[in-house]
Design a protein around this ligand. Structure first.
Ligand SMILES: Cc1cc2nc3c(=O)[nH]c(=O)nc-3n(C[C@H](O)[C@H](O)[C@H](O)COP(=O)(O)OP(=O)(O)OC[C@H]3O[C@@H](n4cnc5c(N)ncnc54)[C@H](O)[C@@H]3O)c2cc1C
Length: 384
């Protein structure tokens, strides 16, 4: 069993780290404090480093990277700017759904623009009344002569306020009149579409929105996947998304841990570095173990996805749950090691804590991941 990154992976990781340290790190605090979205040129630059379309096959304009490599890059971006990570991940999630289910004409029209960073995309599943119970979306799409008329709301949509387009999961009716979930591609410029910005706790440079569809006419050609297959498409890519979220949590946990180690060596109390006190050492050891176990589970899940292994769903749920819980705890412990300084904006730890907090909720809450894991073991579902 080989736990080392290969030369290509290390080179890609180091090139991305150099770029982010030079171009992104110096502006993160200013943008986050002023709640300004990540500048477009930084999003577009991510294309060159494999962050836009990384997992898509080369014939569709992607890089065909294995998840192990892509996850390594995701963690790298999350170390510096989780908002940038989130913008590219949501865009990629929409691109993957389009690449999987879109017609050749739809892919030709939109994929090059998404993968170049010209278009920011969103993945709109959650609604005011429908979160964990995502199969029961209420946003309706009625058939018209030349397409669909969409009415409803989508809530907590990453990129919503800045997106140019996206995939939206809607309730349609089968030919037999039964309710089903389908997926449509919308453009933000379509008449009847509007979006409002939601205030939130962290990741201020990745806007979160509520999307409103009021009699939005979507052409029939914008159907993604077969009618009624929308939810299975969403589930397929949410599984990959969970692995991405796990790597993102890993990136933040790594920098929070490293910050705590630095501070514990520098800060002197009672005439000694605080890192020499056993209770501080306990916190450092706890953080160290949480980071390392997260790393192991992230790569285990990524490897399972790359091999299309039957347990990849289970491992993605487990990696997501563990890495996000761990990152939250590590950020909290790092803040504690920093004492009062950790609570101020003089140090980045309070931002790590705020930026990582939503990860136990998004992409399926950790309670839902627990139930999926137990369902695997027990062959009994707590949900249906
Ligand atoms: C920052 C952020 C970004 C997001 N981005 C997107 C996005 O881009 N696209 C998108 O579609 N959605 C997005 N979401 C929404 C996210 O996927 C939902 O918030 C999540 O699925 C939970 O849904 P909910 O918030 O409605 O909570 P609910 O489903 O109402 O859950 C509330 C609580 O009840 C628990 N719970 C619910 N059902 C059960 C059960 N059966 N058993 C035990 N406990 C249960 C949950 O675990 C949670 O603790 C985002 C959310 C956040 C915070």
């Amino acid at each position: 069993m080989n736990f080392q990154l290969d030369d290509f992976q290390l080179e890609a990781q180091h090139a991305l780290r150099r770029y982010l340290e030079a171009e992104a790190a110096p502006v993160v605090d200013e943008y986050e404090a002023q709640k300004k979205p990540v500048p477009r040129h930084l999003i577009q630059a991510m294309r060159e480093y494999g962050l836009l379309g990384g997992l898509l096959p080369e014939e569709l304009g992607g890089f065909g990277l294995p998840m192990v490599t892509y996850g390594t890059l995701i963690a790298e971006v999350a170390r510096v700017w989780p908002s940038l990570r989130s913008i590219t991940s949501s865009t990629n999630l929409a691109a993957s759904v389009l690449a999987d289910g879109g017609s050749p004409a739809l892919k030709e029209k939109y994929l090059p623009r998404i993968l170049s960073g010209e278009f920011i995309a969103s993945f709109a599943l959650s609604e005011p009344n429908i979160g964990s119970d995502a199969a029961n979306v209420e946003t309706r799409a009625e058939r018209t002569a030349d397409g669909y008329r969409v009415n409803g709301r989508k809530l907590y949509i990453s990129n919503g306020p800045i997106c140019d387009m996206g995939v939206v999961f809607v309730r349609t009716q089968s030919d037999e009149g039964k309710p089903e979930v389908s997926c449509l591609l919308y453009e933000s410029a379509m008449p009847g579409f509007s979006v409002s910005d939601l205030g939130k706790m962290g990741m201020h440079s990745c806007p979160l929105g509520e999307l409103l569809f009021e009699d939005v006419q979507v052409p029939a050609g914008n159907l993604v996947g077969k009618p009624g297959r929308g939810f299975s498409l969403a589930k397929k890519y949410l599984n990959v998304g969970r692995c991405v979220v796990a790597f993102s949590a890993l990136g933040v946990a790594e920098v929070a841990y490293e910050a705590a180690v630095r501070y514990a060596k520098d800060r002197v109390q009672f005439g000694r570095p605080i890192g020499s006190f056993q209770l501080v050492q306990q916190m450092v050891a706890d953080m160290m173990a949480l980071v390392e176990t997260s790393r192991l589970l992230c790569y285990r899940a990524a490897d399972a996805l790359d091999r299309n292994a039957p347990d990849s769903h289970l491992l993605c749920s487990m990696a997501k749950r563990h890495a996000t819980d761990a990152a939250l705890r590590v950020a909290e412990l790092s803040l504690q090691v920093h004492g009062g300084a950790g609570y101020t904006t003089l140090f980045p730890v309070e931002r790590y804590y705020r930026d990582v907090r939503h990860l136990t909720i998004a992409e399926g809450t950790n309670q839902i991941q627990s139930m999926l894991m137990a369902q695997h073991a027990l062959e009994l579902s707590a949900m249906r």
